[in-house]
Design a protein around this ligand. Structure first.
Ligand SMILES: C[S@@+](CC[C@H](N)C(=O)[O-])C[C@H]1O[C@@H](n2cnc3c(N)ncnc32)[C@H](O)[C@@H]1O
Length: 298
C-alpha cells in the first residue's frame, strides 16, 4: 500500500505523538481531516514542502500517518520561529532542561522578567518562546511589527510548559528534515517534479475593519498574495502537487479561479469579538483534484 493510499483510511490521529510544540496564529488543527483527504487525493508524492510552516500541524499529522517517506523541507520567514524548530531538532535535552526551570519558576512576575529579556544563546531563546507561548494571554506567540513579543500574562491554572514526551517525539520526527529560514519563493525554487507543497500563508483579511495594504497582517500584502499565486502556477507547470489554504476572499477566488477553489468550513476562535467566533468559510485550492461533474458548467 502506498503512503497516499494509507492516508485515505485514516482519520486525523488524535492521541499519538508528535504534535505541534507551539500554538501558532493560523494553526491548522481544525482543518486537518479535510487537508488529509486532499493530500490522499493527490496520489503518491516524493518530498514534502511546507514553506509557511508556523506550528506545522499538517507536517506532524503526515509524519504520524507515515506519509513522509521521501523527506521533508520545512521553512518560514520568521527567524525566531525557525530557531525553535532547530533547537527542538538538535538540542532537545537543553530545551527540556530550560523548560523545567521555567516551569519551576512560573509566576506572573517571572513571566514579565522572561518576556523583557531576549537571551543570547539559541536554546535559551527557543525555551523562552515556548514558555511564553504556553503561558501568555490567549496562548499564542505573537510579535508586533518590530518583532517584539508583547502579549500579557495569561491566567491558566496548570499551563503545559514542559511536555517532555512530545518534545522528544518532535525531535525524532525532525531528524531527517531540512529546516530553512527563507521566504516562500526561495522555498519553491527547491521543489522538484512529483514533490508535494502545502502553502498556508497569512490569510487575506475578510472583515470590514481589516486594512489590506503591504503592511497587512503578517506583513503579507496583496502583492505577496499575487506572487504566491504566480508561484503556485509555476510549480504546477513544473509537475509538483500543490495545495493552498486561504480565506474565502475575492482576491483568492480571482487569483486561483482556474483551479476551482473548494469552500471548507473552519472554526476560528482568535477573534476578540465573540459574535464573530465560530464557523467561517475558507478556501482550499489544489492542482490535482479531479473536476467533479457538478462543478462543470452546463
Ligand atoms: C498561517 S501561518 C502558518 C500556520 C501553520 N500552517 C500551522 O499549522 O501552524 C503563516 C506563516 O507564514 C510565515 N510567513 C509570512 N510571510 C512569509 C513569507 N514571505 N515567506 C515564508 N513565510 C512567511 C509567518 O511567519 C507564519 O509562520
Amino acid at each position: 500500500m502506498s503512503a497516499a493510499e494509507s492516508l485515505v483510511r485514516l482519520a486525523p490521529s488524535r492521541y499519538t505523538l508528535p504534535r505541534p510544540f507551539l500554538k501558532w496564529v493560523g494553526g491548522k488543527g481544525q482543518l486537518l481531516g479535510t487537508l488529509l483527504e486532499r493530500v490522499a487525493a493527490s496520489g503518491n508524492f516524493r518530498a514534502y514542502h511546507e514553506p509557511f510552516v508556523g506550528g506545522g500541524a499538517l507536517f506532524f499529522e503526515l509524519y504520524r500517518q507515515g506519509a513522509l517517506r521521501d523527506g521533508a523541507v520545512l521553512s518560514d520567514k520568521n527567524p525566531h520561529l525557525l530557531e525553535v524548530w532547530e533547537s527542538v531538532r538538535s538540542d532537545v535535552d537543553g530545551l527540556v532542561e530550560r523548560l523545567a526551570t521555567h516551569r519551576a519558576h512560573h509566576h506572573e512576575d517571572y513571566y514579565y522578567q522572561v518576556r523583557a529579556v531576549v537571551p543570547t544563546e539559541r536554546v535559551d531563546r527557543a525555551a523562552r518562546i515556548i514558555y511564553l507561548n504556553k503561558t501568555c494571554f490567549n496562548g499564542l506567540y505573537r510579535e508586533n511589527r518590530r518583532g517584539m513579543f508583547n502579549v500579557p500574562f495569561g491566567r491558566y491554572t496548570d499551563p503545559p510548559i514542559l511536555d517532555e514526551d512530545n518534545l522528544r517525539a518532535c525531535s525524532k520526527a525532525l531528524q531527517n528534515v531540512e529546516l530553512r529560514c527563507q521566504g516562500f519563493e526561495e522555498a519553491a525554487a527547491a521543489v522538484k517534479s512529483q514533490d508535494f507543497v502545502y502553502f498556508d500563508p497569512p490569510y487575506v483579511p475578510v472583515s470590514a475593519t481589516s486594512v489590506f495594504t503591504e503592511y497587512a497582517k503578517g506583513g503579507f500584502g496583496e502583492g505577496d498574495q499575487r506572487r504566491l499565486a504566480d508561484t503556485f502556477r509555476d510549480l504546477t507547470r513544473r509537475g509538483a502537487s500543490v495545495m493552498l489554504s486561504n480565506s474565502w476572499a475575492p482576491l483568492v477566488l480571482e487569483c486561483y479561479g482556474e483551479f476551482s477553489p473548494h469552500p471548507v468550513a473552519a472554526s476560528r476562535n482568535l477573534n476578540s469579538r465573540t459574535d464573530r467566533r465560530g464557523a467561517v468559510k475558507e478556501a482550499l485550492v489544489d492542482n490535482f483534484s479531479v473536476v467533479r461533474p457538478e462543478q462543470l458548467a452546463g
